[in-house]
Each structure stands twice: as structure tokens, then as C-alpha cells.
Write a protein that binds this ligand. Structure first.
Ligand code: ASP
Length: 340
């Protein structure tokens, strides 16, 4: 046996059972299935313990409380294990991976999130390989950050996004290379590993906040738009077009943004495109948003944008500080284009 791993099971398809209503989480099912996997007793598998959440949930029910629970469980057990595997449903796994990256800074050991598109109990499934490889990585890898392992790639958690509802390659990291690629061997791409300045683990709170993400579309009604910009809303992520563009010939749109920013609203933009970042500077239609007070989110995923906003609003800092830090690279979640 090589190393010791704590498996935190939050729920998700990997340990679900089929019912007449579809898959549902099933407590004790993971331990039962793993007890029948004789390969877990062979090298290079690590020793493991399972910490199962009660209740197990479909990840559609994840809240910031779940993120904090996972973070605190990892912190409490940090000295007893070489690494951690977090089993999680795929639907919101990228949100949890991003949130944990902001919440858990200065991580000394690997934390690998994984899950599956088909559960352990199915004849054909991706659950077994994802689970075993994540365990091996958690026990032995040089990664000391939040990673997301799925379909032969280990991604930086705060760069990952769910890209398929059905494929075993369900995740991608469109704007950052994988931390590791898995084939007949596991290749860690050392140059992409995070260089963290924190000396030791700090768990920062993330709480619910009045934040909204929405996608811009041609025909957005201005009454609707002004309605969502009202208090108690504190922060909005707008998925803008392409390089960070919006309807710059619509004075109502721009003045609604300007007025709400002047009243204390924090508004950040990110691109609707899967690949490539935005600058909000390539076109007049983007510059207009910058002038109206929209902070460019560069190449962040929508999951990173939303969780970063929630994280910053939970730190007890001023709105100006929130705005400054939103545009900075805090934990490897974004790349600022040269010259910006
Ligand atoms: N609905 C499930 C969940 O996110 C999907 C999955 O696990 O793949 O929990």
C-alpha cells in the first residue's frame, strides 16, 4: 500500500442506485461496492477511509454550506492523510472545485474531485477508473491544489467546466492546460502546477450572497434588466458576447449599468465563448462596458466568476477591494492578457 487517502463522499452519480424515479444517492453503497473491488488491495492503491456525508446529495442541491463542510473536513484531517478525494456529482462539480480553490489557500497536499456519468454498480461505467485514478493521484501526486480528475485528465479545479451531459469526457479546462494526462502512465505537467505563496492552509469562509449570473442575448428587455439591477442584488456576472461586448448602441443598457455601479453594485463580465478570454477592449462595444463600470473577467469560467464573487463578498472587505481583487489572479483562475 502506498499512502493514505481520505475519500469524502458528498453524493453524485458515482455512488447512486437506479430507482423508478431515476438515480438517487444511496448511503453505504460506496463502501459496499469498494469492498468488492479486489484490485484496491494491490499496488499502487493507497489505504483509504471513507467519510460519507449524511445526507448524500445530488450535486444540484449543493450550497456554500456544503463547500465549507468539505473544506473543514479536509482541514481537520490534513495531518492524518497524504491526500484527499472528494466524490461529487458532475452537475456542479466545477462550481465546488472553483469555490474550494478560493476557500482553501496554501494547501500542502492534493485534493482531487471526481465523480462519474454512470455509477459503480452499472456493468459499463466510468466510476471505477475515475475513483481508482483519483485515489492514486491523491496519494502520490506532486499536485498541492484543488484538482478535478475526469476522463483521463486532471484539471485545475478553478479552470474546469462541465462540457458534456453524456460523454465520459464530461469536463474541460478550455483556457488552461491539464495538470496531468492519464494513459498507460500518469504524466504530471509540472510547469503548470500552482506556485502558492501561502505558507500554510487557511480556510476562508464562503457564504450565500445576493449574486446573479446571466447570459446576455439580443432582445433583452430593459425593464427586466433594470429590475435585476435593483437591491438587494449586490453583484452580477454578465456573460457578454465574444471579446466582452454588449449592446453599446443602446443608451438605456449602458446607463442602467452605470447607475447601478454608482449605487454600489459590482458587475463583472465574462465571455459566452467556451474558448479564449475577453478583454472588453477590442471593440467599441466592449470598451463601452468597461467605461460603464463592468470589470473584465478575462478568461475565467462562469463557475470561477460566480464563486470568486461569493468568496470576495464573504471576506468583509469594501466594495472597492472586491472590485480590485475580482480582476486579479488570486489562485490561478485567470490569465491577464499581456498589455492589459
Ligand atoms: N445529477 C448528478 C449530480 O450532479 C449528475 C452526476 O453526478 O453526474 O449529482
Amino acid at each position: 500500500m502506498s499512502g493514505r487517502v481520505l475519500i469524502i463522499n458528498t453524493g453524485g452519480t458515482l455512488s447512486m442506485k437506479p430507482t423508478a424515479d431515476g438515480y438517487i444517492p444511496s448511503s453505504g453503497f460506496l463502501a459496499d461496492q469498494m469492498s468488492q473491488m479486489s484490485e484496491l488491495e494491490q499496488a499502487p492503491m493507497p489505504e483509504f477511509e471513507i467519510l460519507e456525508h449524511d445526507p448524500l446529495i445530488d450535486s444540484s442541491d449543493v450550497t456554500p454550506d456544503v463547500w465549507m463542510r468539505i473544506a473543514n473536513e479536509i482541514r481537520t484531517n490534513m495531518n492524518r492523510f497524504d491526500g484527499f478525494v472528494v466524490l461529487h456529482g458532475t452537475d456542479t462539480m466545477a462550481y465546488t472545485a472553483s469555490a474550494l480553490a478560493f476557500a482553501m489557500q496554501g494547501l500542502p497536499k492534493p485534493v482531487i474531485l471526481t465523480g462519474a456519468q454512470l455509477p459503480l454498480g452499472q456493468i459499463r461505467n466510468d466510476a471505477r477508473e475515475n475513483l481508482k485514478t483519483a485515489m492514486v493521484m491523491a496519494a502520490n501526486s506532486p499536485i498541492a491544489e484543488i484538482g478535478l480528475y475526469f476522463g483521463d485528465h486532471l484539471y485545475r479545479g478553478c479552470r474546469s467546466t462541465k462540457v458534456s451531459a453524456t460523454s465520459f469526457d464530461a469536463f474541460g479546462s478550455p483556457n488552461f492546460p491539464p495538470l496531468a494526462t492519464v494513459g498507460t502512465s500518469i504524466s504530471y505537467h509540472q510547469n503548470y502546477h500552482k506556485i502558492d505563496n501561502a505558507d500554510s492552509l487557511v480556510v476562508h469562509p464562503i457564504q450565500h450572497s445576493d449574486v446573479l449570473a446571466f447570459r446576455l442575448f439580443p432582445g433583452l428587455g430593459m425593464d427586466t434588466f433594470r429590475h435585476i439591477l435593483r437591491k438587494p442584488m449586490k453583484g452580477i456576472v454578465i456573460e457578454t458576447y465574444g471579446d466582452g461586448n454588449g449592446p453599446s448602441r443602446n443608451p438605456d443598457f449602458l446607463s442602467a449599468i452605470r447607475e447601478s455601479v454608482d449605487n454600489g453594485m459590482v458587475i463583472m463580465g465574462c465571455t459566452q465563448c467556451l474558448h479564449g478570454g475577453m478583454t472588453q477592449a477590442g471593440y467599441a462595444a466592449g470598451t463601452a462596458l468597461t467605461k460603464a463600470g463592468v470589470i473584465p473577467g478575462w478568461d475565467m469560467t462562469i463557475e470561477a466568476c460566480v464563486t470568486k464573487m461569493l468568496y470576495l463578498f464573504s471576506q468583509g472587505i469594501s466594495n472597492d477591494e472586491v472590485k480590485t481583487r475580482l480582476g486579479e489572479n488570486l489562485v490561478g483562475e485567470l490569465t491577464i492578457p499581456t498589455g492589459s
